[in-house]
Ligand binder design. Structure first.
Ligand code: UFG
Length: 329
């Protein structure tokens, strides 16, 4: 199959390309390199540099390549930034997806797997979170991702396109080779920030609030290895290729860890004391997010292979220790 990966130079995109290439698929990457990295572009894939809001650019890919399915990662994904600059999210995430779907319909490409997020749920009603729980995003990032899901749904109704939306919980870890990994600027995610301490780039990690209603007062999250997420995309493409209907799936381990537990595990993995400082709560953080991924397991046949938190952090550490500045030299 020839698969177009939009955002294939980004964190989850590059790991998915790596798994696709290893599985022998023919991969085409498109990325505007705004947050993606040229060094993360897999040499076995064909690469187009450009922006999905540019219709001519997107059309040219579908004109030149006989694409069977699209995997769509090309979006902005920072919750905090989306609160201060919501229109950036409406422009890139929503308008970009509109242009993409228009071009797909015109070129008769009818299968798309799409990276969605736990942020589509907002404050959960109950734990673990199920796909048909209420979706009330508390920030423009989650809101635009939910609207992207709906855009695909209605495009499907009108034009026969089928989609799978994968709602990730906390993506983390790095490729076992240590050659590709997480490299955001600015970095806002817990595990890379913790690892900046043993890397000598930060004195201490801040714990954002220790007065939540959880077992040690710090927020609970469901950490899922990026390679397990990547595998789910491959299964979702197969599901659509086999005639599966449009659907939405959560992707998590179904196990929650507190911020303090993550820090303690990082101390164990790195052998560094990693000082932690209690800081005020960060606005908009739900106390607890844990996925039920039973649906993805039952329907897609997904099985996370790197569920152990120590192993997840060890893969992240391998990457960050050898690439303290990410892909920058
Ligand atoms: N945290 C700290 N200190 C830090 C950074 C984070 O205590 O320096 C805490 C956060 O408050 C949160 C937990 O660590 O409780 C995890 O924070 P991350 O920023 O790593 O991840 P989030 O849970 O905020 O974000 C994830 C995804 C988003 C998604 C969101 C849904 O990365 O894409 O879940 O709420 F939108």
């Amino acid at each position: 199959m020839k698969i177009l990966v939009l955002g294939g130079a980004g964190y989850i995109g590059s790991h998915t390309v790596s798994e696709l290439v290893d599985a022998g698929e023919d991969v085409v990457i498109a990325d505007n390199l705004e947050t993606g990295h040229i060094e993360a572009v897999n040499p076995k894939a064909k690469f187009y540099q450009g922006d999905i809001r540019d219709k001519k650019f997107v059309d040219s890919i579908f004109d030149n390549e006989k694409i069977d399915a699209v995997i769509h990662f090309a979006a902005n994904s920072l919750v905090g930034e989306s609160m201060t600059n919501p229109l950036k999210y409406y422009d890139n995430n929503l308008y970009g997806t509109k242009v993409l779907l228009e071009s797909m319909v015109e070129h008769g490409v009818d299968k798309i797997v799409f990276s969605s997020t736990a942020a589509t749920y907002g404050e959960p009603e109950s734990i673990p979170i199920l796909e048909n729980d209420k979706t009330e995003p508390t920030n423009p990032y989650g809101e635009t991702k939910l609207s992207m899901e709906k855009m695909m749904k209605w495009t499907g109704v009108a034009h026969g396109l089928r989609y799978v939306a994968l709602r990730y919980f906390n993506a983390c870890g790095a490729h076992v080779s240590g050659e590709i990994g997480e490299a955001h600027s600015p970095e806002t995610h817990l595990i890379p920030l913790i690892l900046q301490v043993p890397n000598g780039q930060r004195e201490a990690i801040s714990i954002f609030g220790d007065d939540y209603d959880t077992k040690d007062g710090t927020c609970v999250r469901d950490y899922i290895h990026v390679t397990d997420l990547a595998q789910a995309h491959i299964l979702a493409v197969k599901y659509l290729a086999d005639g599966g209907k449009s659907d939405v799936f959560n992707l998590g381990n179904g196990v929650g860890f507190t911020v303090k537990e993550v820090i303690e595990t990082a101390r164990k993995v790195t052998g560094h004391p990693i000082p932690a400082v209690i800081s005020p709560r960060r606005g908009g953080d739900p106390a607890k997010l844990i996925a039920s991924s039973e649906k993805a397991k039952n329907i897609l046949g997904w099985k996370p292979e790197h569920a152990d938190l120590e192993e997840i952090i060890a893969t992240a550490w391998k990457w960050h220790k050898n690439h303290p500045n990410g892909y920058a030299k």
